[in-house]
Design a protein. Structure first.
Length: 305
């Protein structure tokens, strides 16, 4: 791809759409809000995010993925998330750069396969499956090759207003590994700007996680840090986009929150896996219900002689 096309407005706009797709929003304005929020809230994560945003679509173009998918940011958001995760876990080094590049390239290949299966009959949406799979593998590899763990950053805006508001805002920010309530609030306002319905269901997911945690004896620390809320928020957004009925996102939020502790039991970081599984279960449940309702009608309208 020529340098002029890389620098042109269309390319930059589609890359920002890729950032927005992390929250299932194909909107360059929201992508720009996310990029700027990462830049001020977590500067060490910014190079990885930019690397993912550049390398992901270039790789997809090289392997001849559909241009419509590339322009829609469908080959950006998983590489961006990988580029955010690894410097969140490990200090920058040559080894981390190589691991990040390898994970991004592999993630594009995995996403290509998942997108194809999602478009078949009875296929399921890919969501962030490629990120989760590569996140598990690359984080384990990083530890195995001795990468130095990243130092935890101080939270500048924690406790500035209200603990409940902090925890709700963190549910928005932790999707992209930002442990700053102010960053989460910025993302929530950006989402409200571009899609009010999505913002409502994301808020329902984060607040719902806080309400469900004590009811089901879930770890209070995870709820307060937004680690339960992030999956609830994503499930709320995704299912509100797919279904008109509020029952689907409500069920998705409940499932996403309840599924999360199970990953700790098997020794895997949850990342966004609870959100994916919750959405798949709701979609499969809806398909099963439709099939059950359709079968009696078929029996009653059998072949006539």
């Amino acid at each position: 791809m020529p340098l002029t096309s890389i620098l042109n407005k269309q390319f930059l706009s589609t890359r920002l759409i890729g950032f927005g797709q992390i929250y299932l929003q194909a909107d360059a304005r929201f992508g720009l809000i996310l990029l700027l929020t990462i830049a001020w809230a977590a500067p060490p994560l910014l190079p990885g995010a930019l690397l993912g945003a550049l390398l992901g679509p270039l790789t997809a173009r090289f392997v001849r993925e559909p241009q419509a998918d590339i322009d829609a940011g469908l080959h950006d958001y998983n590489p961006i998330l990988i580029g955010l995760l690894l410097p969140f876990l490990f200090q920058w080094s040559l080894g981390l750069v190589m691991l990040t590049i390898a994970a991004i390239l592999t993630g594009v290949a995995v996403q290509a396969v998942l997108l194809r299966q999602s478009r078949r009959r009875f296929g399921l949406p890919a969501y962030t499956s490629a990120f989760v799979l590569l996140g598990w593998v690359s984080s384990a590899l990083g530890k195995a090759i001795g990468l130095v763990p990243a130092a935890g950053a101080a939270c500048l805006s924690c406790g500035a207003v209200n603990p409940l508001l902090d925890s709700s805002a963190l549910g928005f920010g932790e999707v992209i590994f930002l442990g700053e309530p102010l960053a989460g609030l910025t993302i929530a306002l950006g989402l409200l700007l571009v899609e009010r319905r999505a913002a409502f269901w994301a808020l329902a997911g984060t607040v719902g996680a806080l309400a469900l945690a004590p009811l089901f004896d879930l770890p209070a620390a995870s709820a307060q840090a937004g680690l339960l809320g992030l999956n609830g928020a994503l499930a709320g957004i995704a299912l509100s986009l797919r279904f008109r009925s509020p029952l689907a996102p409500l069920c998705g939020i409940l499932l996403a929150v309840l599924l999360q502790p199970g990953f700790a039991l098997v020794g895997l970081p949850a990342f966004t896996a609870p959100f994916i599984l919750a959405c798949w279960l709701v979609i499969l449940g809806q398909r099963t219900l439709e099939a059950l309702l359709r079968d009696p009608q078929r029996e009653n309208s059998g072949p006539r002689v």
